[in-house]
Every structure is written in structure tokens, then in C-alpha cells.
Design a protein around this ligand. Structure first.
Ligand code: NOJ
Length: 748
């Protein structure tokens, strides 16, 4: 294993300076490693969760004392969830000043979509299809995270998933590997920049490698069993894109994949990641996932789990205590080759060098910077901009939106309208509860003539990150008052959806309609005043067929972060023209999931003979309620003049003219899909292979051109071989997956 590094360093050819630096770093790492005992090496592979107030006294007894002694004796390489400059500085000091070699810790946390200032949840950001904005948002998160002493974020989550029951859909970029890959790379660039030692960047982590998003029945942590065809074509591409963008670390996953716990999977971690992809960063386990190898039933005890994980390429143990307890002995008895330990430690030390921690272990500990950056106006502006771009207009009958102005009497209904916490989502990290701008506050800034009635409560008590949300299913108090308020108003603004802790880790649902009494409330209000704008606040696609049929205007506002209410108000009153498009299909019924646009044809795709023997349900359509890529604007766009130029043997150019046919400036996400109708392996009925977000003023037209190369036209066969096959390809260019101009070309 270690030989790999010699190759890597020697083949480094240009620019010469970088080569010299790399060689220099390599020499330093080797020199340091030559002085490390086996126990110290294993220590670098051990990560603990924060276990005491580092600014207070050292723990005197118990488990915390033992962990503290591990800090002072060089048996910890990294900690997570220790945050704040003072805390970080003190803990770093304990290690640097007391351990024999003084190797600094890396401080990690889940800085997912901001730290103190929160941008929208990642699924919402993905709806912007705006790579620059997403990159900027990740940089803002990194700037704040690094200002608080952190060096490493456990983001981006690049899992692809197709099941809205799974609560963690909020943390990724949706169902599509092409969009997911672009966003993965943008987020990596945003978090890491081009200098990891800069104090406005964080080491990023592509997670969860791999397959976590395919948990059976959408139940978190559940079994994953997918063939290698899906693995290579759907699950792995965003990970590969993250690796190519230079992501410094990977996190493996809780799930088994085809019988092998991902944490113990050498095929994934050694063959693909560190082999085929030449990934030279390190892999951290997920929380306790080495220990869980035994719970899966794939190891008899913790020691065996440690052995399997180390051999499979899991370089750092997050909170399993497996390596710190057993790895030294496993090496001494020959059960694990020491070269594997050296390989892991080299990777971890390299990250520490790149972060600049060997030059200055306290480089990220500056109280003034922390103060300045955590309460920062500019970051609030970035969060607001991102929030507006993330909103998706789903329906707007008779141009009910934008609203007329502050003379119009508006009744605002729903507990979420007044909630300053749910918009922060479930990863609210350094931000405080109650710090988001609520919808009510956003509207107040517009001096809207409004009344507010909460209606029946959606949740009870004060839900937290670790507890189940108690949904109110029975207490109807507030219903009458809400109906009365609706009667009095010209327009009713209903803010409905999910509490912020109803999506995220450990928060799967079987019913993805409006929880609690909200559907009943919606229908009761509709009965007295159908002039309703429904603002959805949720962390996953919801199945809302009744609302889609009966409510004239619907806005998908996700969980939009600190500036949520301001962004929503600006869209409602037309100061921002919505431009978001769905990164995940919205089903009609939970019975349709997994539902995704890039499905296969099946052998019986249509009803040919007017009988039941074709692929369908007897009680529901096959199509989604709102398809992947869908999103409206306050203006309209027309597509024309599809042209295909296949004269270049190495690429095909597809162009289309897009015109703004409405009367205000707007942005459109122009999407290109392909289909290979006759391949060796059946290909999906359509696959996104290009998109461009353009802004057009009223009446303006623009030609948008896409270039398709073998990279876009090819696919992975089940053994992982990438092929581009000759023959006919169909293309479709339009505003979403199910609509567009169509053409075809021959690829030779
Ligand atoms: C478990 C989650 O699966 C992972 O994404 C997260 O980074 C770790 N916990 C650390 O908080």
C-alpha cells in the first residue's frame, strides 16, 4: 500500500513548485511516521465525539477521564462536535502540549448548509439548479465553520435516492446522478476552495459511501440491495465527481450493500475509491458504523469488526472505540498488515498538513474573526439570495400570484407561518432555535394587511434533534378561528408542511401527505374561501393530490434557513420571480415510491390492447404529481427550433431557442435529456445530460447549445466498464423531464 505514495509523488510533474512542495510534505510525513509508535499511529485513526467542556476542568473520572488520557497520550486523531474558538483552542492545547509528538487534532462537525447563518436545506438549494449560488453558499458555511475553530465538515452528502419516505432526502441533491454530480463538485469547491489551509475553507467529506440512499422502504439505516448496474450508473457518479473535484475525505455508510456492511467493504473503499479513482484522501466511518458491523451480523465482536473495517479501507473510526481498543493487537498478531495502518495514517497526516495544522495548530482559533464572521450581514444576504433561488412555484392558476399589494386583505393560517425554528431544518448546528425569519415577519416587512390564525397545532411541545416529533392528530382547537379568518379575507395564505425535525436522520415516514390535521384544515378553509395560496414548508417531496387539484396557487418553500420568511414574502409579492425546479419527483401517492424520472421502459410500457396486462396500477396513474425538473415562473417560456449538429465525429451539438413570452424578466432552467433506445443493456427512458439556467427579459430569445460527448452518451456496464455504443439516440430539450422538443441522431 505504502508504495502507492511513492508513485504518486514521483509522477508529479508540473508545476515544478507544487511538485517540490508535495515532495517536501511527503518527506515530512514520512519523517514523522518514522518516529511514531504503533499505538500513536492507531491513535491518529481514532475519532471521539466531544466529551467534556474543554474550557473547564479536565474530567476526573469515568469514561471521560479515559478519553481525556487518550488525548494526552496521542491516542486521538480527531474530534467531532467540539466547536467555538475557546473550546477548540483549549482542546488543541491539551493534545499539542501533552502528547509525546504533539500532533494536532482535526476538528470536525456537520456544517451542512451553514453554521450560524443557515442557508436552505441542501435539497432546497438543489432546486435552484444554480451551481454558482450553491458553491457560494457552501463557502459561506465554510467561512463560518472555520471561524468557529473547525477544520472539517461532514458534507456534502452526495447520496442519490428515490424514496421520499426517507427523511434524509433533505440533505442531498435529489434523485438524479447528473445534477447530483454537478452539485457535489460545486459544494466541494465551495467548502474547500483551492487552499485548505485558508481560514475560510473546510476540508469536505463526500458521504455516505455507498448506497445509503437506497434503504429499503425508505426506512433509515435499512438494508440496501442493488445490483452493480445501478451502483455504477446511479449511486457512484456523484461520489466520483466529488473525488475529481478534490474532496479530501469520504465517509462510509451505515448500511449493508449486497450483504457487506459498507464500512467493511473493500470493493467500495479499496478497489473503487482508492484503486480505480486514485483517491488519496482518507475515509472516516460513520458514527459507530464499525461497531455496527457486528450488529449487522457480519462480525462476531468489536475486534473482528475492527479487523474487517481496517482491511476494507476505513481509515478513521468515528466513535466505535474499535480501533483504539483492538487495532494494535490485531497488527501485532498479524491479523492486520501494518502497511494498511501506515497507509491510513499517511492519509490522515497529509490532511493535517494540508490544513496547515502543523504550521499552526491554532490557525483557526481567532476570537475576533469568530465574532465578526458569525454575525455577519453579508452572510445573511447570501442566505437570502440562496433561499429565493430555491423556491419552486408549483401552481399558479389565473395568475393569483404575485399578490396584489398591501391593500389586499390576507389571512395567514398555519403553525408553521409563525415558526422561527422549523425553517432551520434538522441540521441547525451553530445556529440558535428561533432565529429564522418567520413568514409572518417576512410579510410584516411588506406591511401586509393581514390577520393570523394558527389553526389546530401541527406539533406538541418542543421537538429536539434526538426526539420524535409529537404530531397533533386529535386536538381541533383553532380550526373554527382559522375558518372564520379565511372567510373575512380576500386571499388565504396557508403555510403547511412538516416540522423541521420531521425530516433528517432517523426521520422516515410512511405517510407523506400533510401530517396531523393540516389536510382537514386545508379542506375546511377551502370550503369557505378557495382563494388560497399554499406555501409548503417541508424537507421532502409530499404527496398532495387534493391540493394540486383544488388549490389555485402552490409554492414549494422547503426549509429555507435563516432568511426563510423574507424570501417567501419577496416571491409572494413579486420582488423575486421564482426560478427553482424540482430536483426530485413529487408522487401522487406514497404507493408509487420509489418514483423517479429516469426509470426503465419495462417490456410493457403502454396499454396496447386495452387490457390490464401492462405496467400500471389499477388505482393510480404512473406519472408523478410534479415531475423532476418542474417549476413555474411568473413569466412564460416557449421552446422552438431544436437543431442537432452531428458533423463532428467526437461530439453532437444540440441547440434550441428559448423565448420569454410573458411580460416580466424571468429565469428558466433549460434541460436536455437523452435516451438510447437500443443498447446492450436497457437504458433509462430519459436521462438528464445537460442543463443551463438563463435569464431572459420580456420578449427576449436566446439560443442554448449543449454538447454531447462520449462521456454523456456512454454508461457503465454491470462490471463497471464504461462504454459508448453506436446507434440512435433520442434527445429532448425542455422545461422538465416530461416535456420538451424531441429529436434524434446517429452516433457512430
Ligand atoms: C451520522 C450521520 O449519518 C452522518 O452523516 C454524520 O456526519 C455523523 N452522524 C456525524 O454527526
Amino acid at each position: 500500500m505504502i508504495r502507492f505514495y511513492f508513485t504518486m509523488v514521483l509522477v508529479c510533474i508540473s508545476p515544478l513548485l507544487i511538485c517540490a512542495q508535495t515532495t517536501d510534505m511527503d518527506a515530512k510525513i514520512r519523517e514523522l511516521m518514522s518516529r511514531m509508535t504503533l499505538a500513536e499511529k492507531v491513535g491518529q485513526m481514532n475519532q471521539y465525539n466531544g466529551f467534556y467542556e474543554a474550557t473547564g476542568p479536565a474530567p476526573a473520572a469515568g469514561d471521560a477521564r479515559l478519553k481525556y488520557e487518550h488525548l494526552t497520550s496521542g491516542k486521538v486523531g480527531s474530534v467531532l462536535n467540539v466547536r467555538g474558538v475557546d473550546e477548540v483552542r483549549e482542546m488543541q492545547k491539551v493534545v499539542v502540549e501533552n502528547s509525546r509528538l504533539g500532533i494536532p487534532l482535526i476538528f470536525a462537525s456537520d456544517v451542512i448548509h451553514g453554521y450560524k447563518t443557515l442557508a436552505p436545506i441542501p435539497l432546497a438549494e438543489a432546486a435552484s439548479w444554480d451551481l454558482e449560488a450553491i458553491q457560494q453558499s457552501a463557502r459561506m458555511a465554510a467561512t463560518e465553520g472555520a471561524a468557529t475553530g473547525l477544520n472539517w465538515t461532514f458534507a456534502p452528502m452526495v447520496d442519490i435516492y428515490r424514496d421520499a419516505r426517507w427523511g434524509r432526502v433533505m440533505e442531498g441533491a435529489g434523485e438524479d446522478p447528473f445534477l447530483g454530480s454537478k452539485i457535489a463538485a460545486a459544494r466541494v469547491r465551495g467548502f474547500q476552495g483551492d487552499d485548505l489551509s485558508a481560514t475560510n475553507t473546510l476540508l469536505a467529506c463526500a458521504k455516505h459511501f455507498a448506497g445509503y440512499g437506497f434503504a429499503e422502504a425508505g426506512r433509515d439505516y435499512n438494508t440496501v440491495d442493488v445490483g452493480t448496474y445501478t451502483l455504477h450508473n446511479v449511486i457512484l457518479p456523484p461520489f466520483k465527481a466529488a473525488a475529481e473535484a478534490g474532496v479530501g475525505t469520504f465517509m462510509n455508510a451505515f448500511n449493508i450493500l449486497n450483504g457487506v456492511p459498507a464500512t467493511a467493504d473493500a470493493f467500495l473503499q479499496r478497489d473503487i475509491l482508492k484503486g480505480d479513482w486514485n483517491f488519496d484522501g482518507f475515509v472516516v466511518s460513520d458514527w459507530g458504523s464499525i461497531k455496527e458491523i457486528a450488529f449487522h451480523g457480519a462480525a462476531g465482536d468489536l475486534k473482528e469488526a475492527a479487523r474487517r473495517a481496517a482491511i476494507a479501507g476505513s481509515d478513521m473510526d468515528m466513535e466505535s472505540y474499535a480501533y483504539v481498543k483492538h487495532l494494535e493487537e490485531l497488527v501485532e498478531t498479524g491479523a492486520v498488515d501494518e502497511a494498511l495502518i501506515d497507509d491510513a495514517v499517511y492519509r490522515i497526516l497529509k490532511a493535517k498538513f494540508e490544513l496547515g495544522l502543523f504550521d499552526d495548530p491554532y490557525a483557526y482559533c481567532d476570537n475576533e474573526r469568530e465574532e465578526e464572521l458569525l454575525y455577519n450581514e453579508k452572510h445573511q444576504e447570501i442566505a437570502l439570495d440562496m433561499a429565493k433561488r430555491s423556491i419552486v412555484l408549483l401552481k399558479n392558476e389565473d395568475d393569483l400570484l404575485p399578490l396584489a399589494g398591501n391593500d389586499q386583505k390576507v389571512a395567514v393560517i398555519g403553525q408553521l407561518a409563525n415558526d422561527k425554528t422549523s425553517p432551520l431544518g434538522s441540521w441547525r448546528i451553530g445556529s440558535d432555535d428561533g432565529t429564522a425569519v418567520s413568514v409572518i415577519e417576512g410579510l410584516a416587512a411588506y406591511e401586509v394587511n393581514m390577520s393570523y390564525a394558527q389553526g389546530p397545532a401541527l406539533w406538541r411541545g418542543n421537538p429536539s434533534f434526538v426526539t420524535e416529533v409529537e404530531v397533533n392528530e386529535s386536538d381541533r382547537s383553532g380550526m373554527e378561528e382559522a375558518v372564520a379568518a379565511a372567510k373575512e379575507a380576500e386571499v388565504v395564505l396557508m403555510v403547511l408542511g412538516e416540522h423541521g425535525f420531521m425530516s433528517g436522520e432517523g426521520r422516515s415516514r410512511t405517510d407523506i401527505g400533510l401530517p396531523g390535521l393540516q389536510q382537514e384544515l386545508l379542506e375546511a378553509v377551502h370550503a369557505v374561501n378557495p382563494n388560497i395560496v399554499l406555501v409548503l414548508m417541508n424537507g421532502r417531496p409530499l404527496a398532495l393530490p387534493w391540493a394540486a387539484e383544488n388549490i389555485p396557487a402552490i409554492i414549494e418553500a422547503w426549509q429555507l434557513g435563516s432568511q426563510s420568511g423574507n424570501a417567501i414574502a419577496q416571491v409572494l409579492y413579486g420582488d423575486y420571480n421564482p426560478s427553482g425546479h424540482l430536483p426530485m419527483s413529487f408522487p401522487r401517492s406514497v404507493g408509487q415510491v420509489p418514483l423517479y424520472y429516469n426509470h426503465f421502459s419495462t417490456g410493457r410500457p403502454t396499454n396496447q390492447e386495452n387490457n390490464v396486462f401492462w405496467t400500471h396500477y389499477i388505482d393510480e396513474k404512473n406519472t408523478p404529481l410534479f415531475p423532476f425538473g418542474y417549476g413555474l415562473s411568473y413569466t412564460s417560456f416557449a421552446y422552438s427550433a431544436l437543431q442537432i449538429d452531428d458533423t463532428d465525429p467526437n461530439a453532437v451539438e444540440v441547440s434550441v431557442v428559448v423565448m420569454n413570452t410573458g411580460n416580466r424578466t424571468g429565469e428558466e432552467v433549460v434541460q436536455l435529456y437523452i435516451h438510447d433506445p437500443a443498447a446492450t443493456y436497457a437504458r433509462p427512458v430519459r436521462e438528464l445530460k445537460g442543463f443551463e439556467k438563463i435569464e431572459l427579459s420580456a420578449g427576449e430569445a436566446q439560443t442554448v447549445t449543449f454538447r454531447l460527448t462520449p462521456k454523456e452518451l456512454g454508461y457503465y456496464q454491470p462490471d463497471g466498464t464504461f462504454v459508448t455504443e453506436p446507434g440512435t439516440f433520442n434527445v429532448q430539450v425542455g422545461p422538465h423531464a416530461l416535456e420538451g422538443l424531441q429529436g434524434s441522431f446517429e452516433w457512430e
